[in-house]
Each structure stands twice: as C-alpha cells, then as structure tokens.
Design a protein around this ligand. Sequence first.
Ligand SMILES: *Cc1c(COP(=O)(O)O)cnc(C)c1O
Length: 393
Amino acid sequence: MNYQVNERGYYGNFGGAYIPEMLYPNVEELRENYLAILCDDSFQKEFHQLLQDYVGRPTPLYYAARLSEQHNAKIYLKREDLCHTGAHKINNTIGQILLAKRLGKQKIIAETGAGQHGVATATVCALMGMDCMVYMGQLDMERQRPNVERMRILGTTVVPATSGSMTLKDATNEAMRHWINHPTDTHYIIGSVVGPHPYPDMVARFQSVISAEIKNQLTEREGNPYPDYVVACVGGGSNAAGAFHHFLKDEHVNLIGVEAAGKGLTSGESAATTVLGKPGVLHGSKTLLMQTEDGQVEEPYSISAGLDYPGIGPQHAHLFETGRVQFLSATDDEAMQAGIELSRMEGIIPAIESAHAVAVLSKLNVSADDVVVVNLSGRGDKDLETYIRWGKY
Ligand SMILES: *Cc1c(COP(=O)(O)O)cnc(C)c1O
C-alpha cells in the first residue's frame, strides 16, 4: 500500500489540484520546484537549525506517569505545546518561508480562521523581514481579538474579509484573489495539509519532523522506535500527518486520528468529517467534506477553533478509506473533561484541540505494556476564555 502522494498529486482517490485557471502558474511554479528545494542540503541545514534554535526542537517526549496509571498503558506526550508560539504550526511556516525565499518571493500572504496560523505566519515574516498580509473574516477578527493584535504587533497587516459569512472560507477566497493578482512576488502560506497539490505533501514533509523525533526518542526510552499507538487530533490534519508520517509503512503501529464530534455526531453541530463527509472538492483538492445534499459546504462546529473545519486533507481521506488510520471522535464535553484531567494529573493545560486526542485514551483497547504516544499539538493559554466559560473545574 502506498500512502504518499503520486506524481499526479493524488493519494488514492483524493488530492489533485482543482484550481481556477488563473492560479495555475503560481501552483505550477511550486509543484515544479518544491521537491528540489526541500531536498537540497543547504535548505535542510537552515530549516533544522531554525527548528532547533528558534522553535526549540526537538520537543520533549514526556512519559506521563500519572496519566499512564490512570489509563493502564505507557503514555508518552509529544510536547508540541512547547514550540515557540505554542503549537506545531510554526514547523510548517518556517519551512514555507524558507521555500518562498528560495523562490525569490518578497511578500507573504495567508488566511486564518482562529488566528493561530496567522500568528505563526506573522512570526516567521518578522523573523525574515518579509512583508506579510493575513486575510481574516471580519467576524473572526471580532471573536479572536488577541490573535489579531499579536499579528499586528509582529508587523503584519490583517485584512478583514467582509464577504459572505465573514469567516474562514471568505478569507480563503480573498487570499486566493490576491494571489492571482500578484503571482510573481508573493507566496501563499497554507497552514494545514489541505489545498491543491503540492501543499498537502509539502506541509506533511515539514511537519514530519514530529514523527522522526518520536522514533529517535522512543528508541532511547524503550529500546524500540515503534509505539503501539500514535494518537493525534485532526482539523485539516497537519499535526496528525506529521505525527503519523514515519510510521505509515509500519502497519503494526496503530494510528488514531481524532475528530471533533462537537455537541454529538448526530446533533448537526460537529466537525467529524470521516463520519459525516462525502467526496467533493474543497480548497483546491478532492477530499472528504461535510456537505448538504446539493453539494454546498456544511457549516462545521466544534468548541475548539482549530478543529472547526468542514473537511480533512486528502491524505487523511485516503488513510481513512484504506483503513490505515482509525478515526475516532470526542465531543466538546469529553475534550473539556480531558483537558481538565491532563491539567490536574500532569500540570499541563492543553489546547482544546489537543485535549480531543487525550479524550480518546479511555476509548482505546490498551493493555498495561502498550506504548501510546499522544501528540500534544498545542498549549491551552489561548483557550483560557473557553475553559472559564465551560467552568466545570
Ligand atoms: C490549528 C491547530 C490544530 C488543527 O490543525 P491541524 O492541521 O489538524 O493540525 C490542532 N491543534 C492546535 C493546537 C492547533 O493550533
């Protein structure tokens, strides 16, 4: 079984580049150049030096003793929450800005929903002294004020998207339009394993540092690079793609993706794409997405902004279809309880996205000597308001 992208940009039945004619030159330039740039020694050297000195990698693989006792398994947490800016997203934005420089671009654009990818992009643009514009739905700007101000402090121009529902999809449309009008000097940094080929593959490669490190760290700790389970939450799917990457061919490693069940799988308010989605085209690739009977994208819902996305990346759609990854889900309440549990048992307040991954520990059929790695994608500082509103602690 092949789980990687093929030459035409597909993972099995999913992927490709479904883009307007006008975007073709931009995406084609990337497609023609990304592998040669990424595989170049000087690129790899600069990328890994920044991951070490700026992001703080390798992130620890922490044996969570009390959580292990609670769930009767050997549980390790991969501490992406300790990355600079508080989540895994910066692994990708560092990679893409180095790529943009090598393509001779001077300007960066991005779109953001909750603002986390916007902040990760604004951060690397400040680092590299590059001009940055982040499109954000006007409604999202009101809901995510601290991230808007973070971006502005970092020197980024935040552009309100005022069309449609004034949320992520409108921001995406306006960023695309900008890119069409500025094809030569501008690179568009996409924040997850979504979008037209080659974005999903490129982002997965940047995030794959997570599973490369897990293998090294487990060898040191357990004398064996292979855990029994790797568990990660899935919004678009970038932290999961990174945590799974180097284990995909090791079929004895159980890979678990966790989607947001929101208020319940049948409540009409969730973001559990593998359960509710059907094949269709979203943001430039063929994948699974939540849609109405006449093919309109359905409004997703999750208490965590990072999982509130109506699709999943095309590789995940393929991993679901082939059964290589098992997809589970956690409701808002289950995730919030798991977030409190982790705070109380280990002194780590997780991002609510990451708490979804912790929440399925009680649903796995584990035995005491099973090694389980949970990818702790981010820290909970940004979610303090949500914890307070939930209130049950
Ligand atoms: C954005 C985000 C996610 C979801 O994005 P993926 O691409 O699915 O990883 C998960 N966790 C945190 C902390 C995030 O900020």
